[in-house]
Design a protein around this ligand. Structure first.
Ligand code: CA
Length: 399
């Protein structure tokens, strides 16, 4: 669960970015002075002096954490490339084996929370390779560093208090508080506040141990998804096949239609058979434009996946991974490979759109919501299929 920790924002539609812009802020005062004040604040919020001292005495500032926070690696990756890398053969087969191994736990989880095994298993695989790679940063030290730092103290101070509470509640021992650089913990990478609010003890040992207990981690993942609004028995993502003459401007995650409407427009299941003609709301998700893979995104996708992680690229990959674990064949690749714009071309596109009066945010080579919206508007203006996917042809027209 990395919605806030690693700052993958909603803007990062099909370009994946780690880290954030250089902080324009300046941290003032010494770390030790800050820590002393924080200890008093934590005590005022009801954390016991024993826990505070055990966890925070001698804690030092970690430069590496701020290095990660300021890292500006932006790399352009298409859905096919990213999902191909994240969902390789080995991970798929290990995922299937995990579902088998934990079948009775998953059964209980689905009964209680309504979330099926493939959905949780896909997150489990993407977040930590099914628990194997949980990170090796000291959670307390990382969070203390980020809470002291000037960039997002309001986000990380409560997380640090909740990290102390996790220890105080007896869920994890202090030496188990090790995870990702931004404080995410356990096999499903929960931020401490989600951990405190939503984690459950599912193996019955009295502790919510998301680090060492797969049952606790998986049920907690399901509990979190249910808290986001997961609807039991409903689909999340379904690969579809398109006709050449769709009203392309309707292919927009913000626009949903009854499934019967998509069927009427000629959208079929991936195998060419008819869609069920019912009222189930669905949006048409084209991660690489109309010539690439195509999916119907149902409410469970739109409401739940994007809360787990705001990056649409990550969410689409997680949801697609879950369909594969549920038995779907690999998605049709279409003819969209290689037609994506390079970083420099995206910047040219953004400048051109900006000159025409569109708000595309920073000229950063990241195809965010603003760039997509402007792309769609210009495609409509030029009489091109308005699938919001910027192509070289559009760039030529804009010049
Ligand atoms: Ca437990």
């Amino acid at each position: 669960m990395r919605a806030t920790g690693t700052a993958l924002t909603a803007a990062l539609l099909f370009v994946f970015s780690i880290g954030t812009a250089e902080a324009a802020c300046k941290t003032s005062g010494s770390f030790n002075g800050w820590l002393k004040q924080f200890k008093a604040d934590a005590a005022a919020q009801g954390v016991s002096p024993r826990t505070i001292n055990a966890a925070l005495s001698g804690v030092t500032y970690d430069k590496r954490v701020i290095g990660y926070d300021r890292r500006q690696t932006v790399f352009s990756q298409s859905f096919l490339k990213f999902s191909g890398r994240m969902i390789n053969k080995s991970r798929l087969s290990r995922g299937r084996a995990k579902m088998k191994k934990h079948a009775s736990t998953f059964k209980r989880i689905e009964r209680q929370y309504g979330v099926p095994a493939p959905v949780i298993t896909a997150f489990w695989g993407l977040e930590t390779d099914f628990g194997a790679v949980q990170g090796n940063f000291s959670t307390i030290r990382s969070l203390a560093t980020l809470a002291y730092d000037c960039r997002r103290p309001e986000l990380f101070r409560p997380q640090l208090v909740d990290a102390l509470r996790i220890v105080e509640r007896g869920d994890l021992r202090l030496e188990d508080m090790v995870g990702a650089w931004a404080g995410e913990l356990g096999q499903t990478q929960f931020l401490p506040s989600d951990y405190m609010e939503t984690a459950v003890d599912f193996d019955g040992d009295g502790r919510r141990d998301l680090k060492n207990s797969a049952a606790d981690a998986l049920a907690s993942g399901a509990a979190l998804m249910r808290s986001f609004g997961w609807q039991a028995g409903q689909p999340w993502l379904q690969e579809v096949r398109l006709t050449r003459s769709l009203p392309w401007a309707q292919a927009d995650l913000a626009i949903s239609h009854p499934r019967s409407q998509w069927a009427e427009w000629g959208v079929t299941r991936a195998n060419g058979k008819g869609l069920r003609k019912d009222r189930l709301p669905a949006a048409l998700l084209l991660p690489m434009g109309r010539n690439g893979p195509a999916f119907l995104a149902y409410d469970n996708f739109r409401n739940v996946y994007l809360k787990w992680n705001e990056s649409l690229l990550y969410s689409t990959t997680a949801a697609y991974f879950a369909t594969r674990l549920a038995g779907a064949p690999p998605a049709h690749r279409g003819s969209a490979q290689g037609t994506g714009l390079e970083l420099a071309e995206i910047k040219q596109l953004q400048s051109a759109l900006q000159r025409r009066g569109f708000d595309v945010g920073k000229i950063d080579g990241i195809i965010g919501a603003g760039t997509r919206k402007a792309t769609k508007a210009m495609q409509i203006k030029f009489g091109m299929p308005a699938d919001s996917w910027p192509t070289r042809e559009l760039l030529r027209q804009l010049r």
